[in-house]
Write a protein that binds this ligand. Structure first.
Ligand code: FEO
Length: 376
């Protein structure tokens, strides 16, 4: 029997030091009750006591045989030492990359019982049999998944997780996309490699380390992960990402949006959640970047946005550019430079150049940009 023993975090201000999580976060952990009992990962340091109590209640006096460490990032590993204090005979199950990280995070911690597994090894708990599937860089190098061959359950580590605590109602896709693109987005290739490894394995339930347990319509989630990790657009539409100092660039993007007939979302990069804007750029097939020229470059929030895209291997998109400048509008050149080494980015030749505020010439360029966005 697989039991949930995770916790909800409504205190976190920034998950992983940078992501706003308005609905909190869940740190999932599971206990597999069998002839031998396995605990699957631990939780964030702020919730150790609550988690230990959850385990205590489930165990009803029995002792766990194993702690399986699928991922060493502290949101899942921080309570290892405390668990070992409570259950000193537990065997820690990891791989050759897990144990050095345990030493790094817990200097001086002595592991009396440890079991290093290799790809494909099986941990036999009695009825449940966990087969280990290594998933390096999803999203750290030591990450492995565990497939319970008996229940056809996949313990998926960070994969298929999302932002948001489990006691909050919210759409899975929006916060799973923001989570995936933000945290795992750079590692599309390892995710694709994982898909190849698990192709042919029947999966009935996914037990992620964040977000809800997924039991129904699994193809929906698998298809989204396949789309995201292959850097394909989820849908046709335009993400317009802009910054505006005195409102003139904002007027230009609103003018553009009014001329587009497809789905459009606008993001004021100086004010919006940057992770949301970046994830939306990945959602849609087309992107428009609009920026004032600033210190002979682009406006700083636009620079942060572009950096966020490029470091996550943004590709396979059509990009339009709007630049503004009162004496030397050169933002376009800098935006193009950001994508210079990106794969399959088609920058529309028909860009818009505004000198301070919209005039007849720049309005005509916006019409042309709208036309080209629609027809490319
Ligand atoms: Fe949820 Fe990579 O940790």
């Amino acid at each position: 029997m697989i039991q949930y023993v995770g916790v909800n975090d409504h205190q976190v201000d920034l998950f992983e030091g940078q992501y706003h999580v308005k609905n909190g976060m869940s740190y999932n952990s599971y206990v597999i009750l069998d002839e031998k009992i396995a605990i699957m990962d631990t939780v964030d340091i702020h919730f150790t006591e609550e988690w230990l109590k959850n385990i205590h209640n489930i165990l009803e006096g029995r002792l766990p045989e194993y702690l399986v460490v699928l991922h060493m990032e502290p949101d899942h590993s921080a309570s290892i030492q405390k668990l070992l204090e409570v259950y000193p005979d537990i065997t820690v199950v990891g791989n050759v990359k897990t144990f050095p990280m345990i030493e790094q995070f817990f200097p001086g911690l002595k592991l009396d019982h440890k079991l290093a597994v290799k790809e494909g090894d099986i941990l036999d708990l009695g009825t449940h049999k966990l087969k280990f599937v290594f998933a390096p860089m999803i999203h750290w190098p030591e990450v492995m998944l565990a497939y319970d061959m008996t229940t056809k359950s996949l313990f998926s580590a960070d994969a298929f997780g999302k932002f948001g605590a489990l006691d909050m109602e919210e759409d899975w896709k929006e916060e799973a996309r923001r989570y995936y693109i933000g945290i795992v987005g750079k590692y599309g290739l390892p995710v694709q490699n994982l898909f190849k490894k698990v192709a042919g394995i029947e999966i009935q339930t996914i037990y992620p380390l964040h977000g809800p347990i997924l039991k129904e319509n699994l193809n929906y989630y698998l298809d989204l992960y396949n789309t995201w990790s292959s850097y394909k657009a989820e849908e046709d539409g335009v993400c317009i990402a802009y910054a505006s100092i005195y409102g003139n660039t904002k007027k230009a993007v609103e003018e553009l949006a009014s001329k587009l007939t497809c789905k459009v979302e606008l993001f004021d990069l100086a004010r919006c959640d940057m992770a949301q804007a970046i994830s939306k750029a990945f959602q849609y097939s087309k992107l428009v970047v609009a920026s004032p020229t600033y210190n002979n470059g682009v406006f700083p929030p636009v620079e942060a946005f572009l950096h966020g895209l490029v470091e996550r291997s943004y590709q396979n998109r059509v990009v339009g550019i709007i630049e503004n400048g009162s004496w030397a509008p050169t933002a376009k050149k800098y935006i193009e430079q950001y994508f210079a080494n990106s794969k399959n980015i088609m920058i529309l030749e028909e860009s818009v150049t505004i000198k301070s505020s919209l005039d007849e010439a720049s309005k005509k360029q916006i019409e042309d940009l709208a036309y080209n966005l629609t027809n490319n």
